[in-house]
Design a protein around this ligand. Structure first.
Ligand SMILES: Cc1cc2nc3c(=O)[nH]c(=O)nc-3n(C[C@H](O)[C@H](O)[C@H](O)COP(=O)(O)O)c2cc1C
Length: 280
């Protein structure tokens, strides 16, 4: 397929989609009616945790983010493409996943409990998957599906650690970067959760919400003194296949690779001060 497929002569696909998903004041009544009917019917079907061997994640530690103010995290945020090639602590991985998609509401049912990200109609169409390309001792590298309600994870591909990692590296446009990262979070959209309420415009909302999640990961990584980079250059079909997504109703959208900064020390062996690794 060409990069700019054209369904109407002289109009690229994005232009046709954008035009077709615009709202105008005369739509408000129908938008409200449809949203109310969707809420009355119970809203989107609750996201079901994926089946697979579970992996326990340490409880999210938002306290770890508190040492750095928001202004400092925003100033530190940048895309870094060099990682130390060291594992990430599971505590940090859990905190990053919580920042991306975690629960903050008091309602433990998961139906309407609030999350770290805003969501149109509280539909929460984004699922977070992750790999630990350099897993901490004894942990399978994944891929895992993050369950925000339990703050747990399930292994979704049952191959050997070696074959799962080589599949991931093959699917990536940035193999060297992935191999050095401690964590790769892949954000996938389950489109019907939002489109059944908002129609074609719901597709826009799903993409916007992936952006909210990715920015949270960037800021949490900055606060944890970790390096992060957003990855839009993905082999969609291959990643969908690795995660067991059909690619149409649910599909990968975006990813963020996170790693320790070059010059960092292995966990528990000193600390990094301005690029100098105290364990050298
Ligand atoms: C939607 C999106 C997709 C991106 N995809 C990639 C990517 O595939 N590879 C990459 O190295 N950086 C990617 N980036 C990171 C940008 O290159 C980066 O944000 C930009 O150069 C600005 O640098 P900064 O983030 O350090 O401010 C992406 C950023 C966004 C917002």
């Amino acid at each position: 397929m060409p990069l700019e497929p054209c369904v109407i002569p002289d109009h690229p696909l994005w232009e046709v989609f954008h035009e077709s998903s615009k709202w105008k004041p005369s739509d408000w009544a129908e938008v409200s009616r449809r949203a109310a009917a969707h809420s009355r019917a119970g809203g989107p079907a609750p996201a079901r945790p994926r089946r697979g061997p579970p992996m326990a994640l340490p409880a999210p530690a938002p306290g770890a983010l508190l040492g750095v103010g928001l202004a400092a995290a925003l100033r530190r945020r940048r895309s870094a493409r060099e990682f130390a090639g060291l594992p990430l602590d599971l505590e940090d991985a859990g905190t990053l996943l919580w920042a991306a998609a975690g629960m903050i509401g008091a309602d433990g049912s998961g139906l309407h409990a609030r999350r770290t990200v805003p969501s149109a109609g509280a539909c929460y169409p984004i699922d977070a998957y992750f790999w630990l390309p350099i897993p901490p001792g004894g942990v399978h590298p994944g891929p895992y599906h993050y369950d925000p309600i339990a703050h747990g994870a399930a292994l979704v591909a049952l191959g050997s650690p070696e074959s799962n990692m080589s599949d991931l590296v093959t699917a990536s446009a940035f193999p060297a970067l992935i191999e050095q990262a401690g964590l790769l979070i892949v954000l996938a959209g389950v489109f019907s959760r939002t489109t059944e309420r908002y129609g074609a415009r719901g597709y826009r909302f799903v993409l916007l919400e992936a952006g909210h999640a990715a920015q949270n990961i960037y800021l949490a990584a900055a606060a944890l003194d970790l390096a992060a980079v957003a990855l839009g250059g993905l082999d969609d079909a291959m990643l969908d296949a690795l995660l067991g997504l059909d690619g149409t109703r649910a599909s990968v959208l975006y990813a963020v690779a996170v790693g320790r900064n070059p010059g960092d020390c292995p966990a528990g062996q000193g600390g990094r001060v301005d690029g100098y690794c105290g364990c050298d």
